[in-house]
Design a protein around this ligand. Structure first.
Ligand SMILES: NC(=O)c1ccc[n+]([C@@H]2O[C@H](COP(=O)([O-])OP(=O)(O)OC[C@H]3O[C@@H](n4cnc5c(N)ncnc54)[C@H](OP(=O)(O)O)[C@@H]3O)[C@@H](O)[C@H]2O)c1
Length: 339
């Protein structure tokens, strides 16, 4: 396995902040992927920073605010060294764990940003994303309200998540968008239909989430339903369970061969493929793999130094089209549902 070195930096969009070429997804530190060891998660944050990771990703809905609160001491200790990204739009209720609604209306946005600022313990959020799109609210109204947050000094840059290329263009005409965050990996390439091209045209950076296919691409688990704990949301994901999981695990064979040739892990090749998309599509691409473990941060960061050649990229090309099962049990809130 390659050893970790400090990663290089890249600018998010034409006018955006300079960040390490790989960020850190913090979601799993508070919810969705089973129990967390808080001390180990804190060590993971510090290890990432030591390795040149400066871009930290959270959202108000992760742990219903708990993930932002968890990050606050780290942010306070390193405010000037990091770029802090959070998100609004997925409304949840403390008294009803199953409740979910998508909110894009300006009054909601104004109260959501204040709540995030308070939980994070900061005066300004570096990058504020709309997490999901509610097509019933005109995009100009939502992005207009987000732009007012920039004018008010509560937010530095704006981002969107899970929007189509057309929606990105419409939003960018209202206020410059710095980054688009959507799922992009060897297994999930629907963003290439319109979003990636629009981002490249507009000079918007792409921030791939779940670049390790929520862990499946590392070979860490083969069947979520039998191997992961009860509270793990991956147990309900169609592509990670039963016959689908068995079929999809076989698709990792070329990844395994390329990993052996590079003396790397499967996860490193999956990340190297995402990094390679910057060259392929001509835009900044800053993946945010999530991990709660310092050793895995080192491993993931080292992937940024792996260059896949044209032959290797061609060998990986057919994988996504053969994946069986959607990337969410309910795809209705994704950009793919509106294309
Ligand atoms: N905008 C959105 O709608 C959206 C949706 C999902 C996620 N996100 C963001 O994107 C971030 C990353 O996505 P993700 O966490 O869903 O998926 P991911 O980065 O593809 O995979 C994370 C999973 O892989 C495991 N893992 C990480 N590195 C590993 C390694 N080197 N070897 C083996 N296993 C490894 C982690 O387990 P351990 O923690 O145990 O290491 C975790 O279970 C999230 O943290 C979140 O900030 C955004």
């Amino acid at each position: 396995m390659m050893s970790a070195a400090r990663i290089g930096t890249v600018r998010l969009g034409a006018e955006g902040p300079q960040v390490g070429v790989q960020g850190l997804g913090c979601m799993g530190m508070s919810e969705f992927y089973g129990d967390t060891d808080e001390a180990a998660a804190r060590q993971t944050l510090e290890t990432a920073l030591d390795a040149g990771v400066t871009f930290y990703d959270t959202a108000d809905m992760y742990g219903q605010g708990a993930n932002e609160e968890f990050l606050a001491p780290f942010v306070k200790a390193h405010r000037d060294e990091i770029t802090l990204a959070t998100k609004f739009a997925n409304e949840r209720r403390a008294d009803d764990p199953a409740y979910r609604a998508i909110r894009n209306d300006p009054p909601y946005i104004r109260q959501a940003v204040d709540a995030s600022l308070s939980r994070l313990g900061v005066d300004v959020i570096d990058l504020y994303y709309m997490h999901r799109r509610d097509p019933r609210v005109p995009l100009a109204e939502s992005v207009g309200a987000m732009g007012e947050l920039v004018a008010a000094g509560k937010v530095r840059f704006l981002g969107l998540s899970e929007v189509t290329g057309a929606e990105l263009r419409e939003a960018h005409a209202v206020h410059p968008i710095t980054a688009l965050q959507s799922e992009w990996s060897l297994f999930s390439r629907d963003v290439e239909r319109s979003a990636v091209g629009a981002a490249a045209d507009l000079g918007v950076a792409f921030v791939p989430y779940s670049p390790l296919g929520r862990g499946f691409l590392t070979g860490a688990f083969l069947d979520a339903a039998s191997e992961l704990s009860d509270g793990d949301m991956r147990r309900r994901q169609p592509r990670f369970t039963g016959d689908n999981a068995r079929h999809n695990a076989d698709l990792l064979e070329p990844v395994r061969r390329i990993a052996e040739a590079h003396d790397a892990t499967l996860g490193q090749i999956a990340l190297a493929w995402v990094h390679a998309q910057a060259r392929v599509h001509g835009l900044p691409v800053v993946p945010i793999p999530g991990t709660r473990r310092a050793s895995r941060v080192r491993e993931n960061v080292a992937a940024a130094a792996i260059t896949l050649d044209a032959v290797e990229l061609a060998q990986l090309e057919p994988i996504a089209a053969q994946v069986v099962g959607d990337r969410y049990p309910d795809m209705s809130t994704t950009a793919a549902a509106r294309e």
